[in-house]
Design a protein around this ligand. Structure first.
Ligand code: UDP
Length: 234
């Protein structure tokens, strides 16, 4: 069986990398993500990754800090995660480059679209760090933007929950689960899968989104083979 997609953008939330601890980095989770990405590259699937930063810092305003500063701190947190992922990927033998939207040449390449595409064509995994480089955006928006730029076939949205629900399944045992949705549903029903900026960017550029739980190690592979797990938004 052939994989359904040739080039994917995998979005991993920062929290997923923290495992049970909820903050910081969990070695087992890093290794698990690395093995999943390795299994994709072994199939010849080109993989780009956008990682969040919520395990270290999430942009928030306070008495002592404006939104932009908090957001820049959030973007820096995503770079920490990007470097951790790069190490984890290379430990399992997956060649990886990190490109950041805020230049920091000593630790990573700057984001250059054509260069990223070239890496992907050579089966090198590219991790996009520092979000879009702009405050007032999220890493979901980054995923949508980069997916459009690199012409990814799909955004694989690996979450803590296993699918999209109409309310939080951890709080509401009767939450309704969706197998399929349209981008319009996402915006109209205000389903908290991704923010509206990210959702409308995906809608306008016809980028499908596959949401599934990262907890089961085979899920990324299943998603790439087009198996019915989680929720497909298209
Ligand atoms: N962020 C930003 N611009 C971007 C991407 C991210 O300002 O283009 C900031 C924002 O403050 C966000 C934080 O980085 O809250 C971390 O990203 P996110 O909350 O998306 O991480 P996740 O929830 O996926 O771990």
């Amino acid at each position: 069986m052939e994989p359904k997609y040739k080039r994917v953008l995998l979005k991993i939330s920062g929290e997923a990398l923290a495992g049970e601890k909820k903050v910081g980095l969990d070695d087992d989770m890093l290794n698990q993500v690395a093995l999943q990405v390795k299994s994709l590259t072994e199939l010849g699937v080109q993989v780009a990754v956008v990682v969040g930063g919520g395990n270290f810092w999430r942009g928030r305003t306070s008495k002592s800090m404006d939104r932009a500063t908090a957001d820049y701190m959030g973007m820096l947190a995503t770079v920490i995660n990007s470097l951790a992922l790069q190490s984890a990927f290379e430990t399992v033998g997956v060649p990886t480059r990190v490109q950041t939207a805020i230049e920091m040449r000593e630790v990573a390449e700057p984001y250059i679209r054509r260069r990223a595409m070239r890496h992907l064509e050579k089966n090198i995994v590219v991790i996009f760090g520092a979000g879009t480089g702009n405050p007032f955006f999220s890493t979901d928006t980054t995923a949508a933007l980069r997916a459009a730029e690199i012409e990814a076939d799909v955004i694989l949205l690996a979450k803590k929950v296993d699918a999209v629900y109409d309310s939080d399944p951890e709080k509401n045992p009767r939450a309704k689960r969706f197998d399929r949705l349209t981008h319009k549903d996402l915006l109209e029903k205000e389903l908290g899968v991704m923010d509206s900026t990210a959702a409308s960017l995906c809608m306008d550029n016809h980028i499908p989104i596959h949401v599934f739980g990262l907890s089961s190690p085979d899920n990324v592979l299943k998603a790439v083979y087009g198996e019915k797990i989680g929720t497909i938004i298209e």
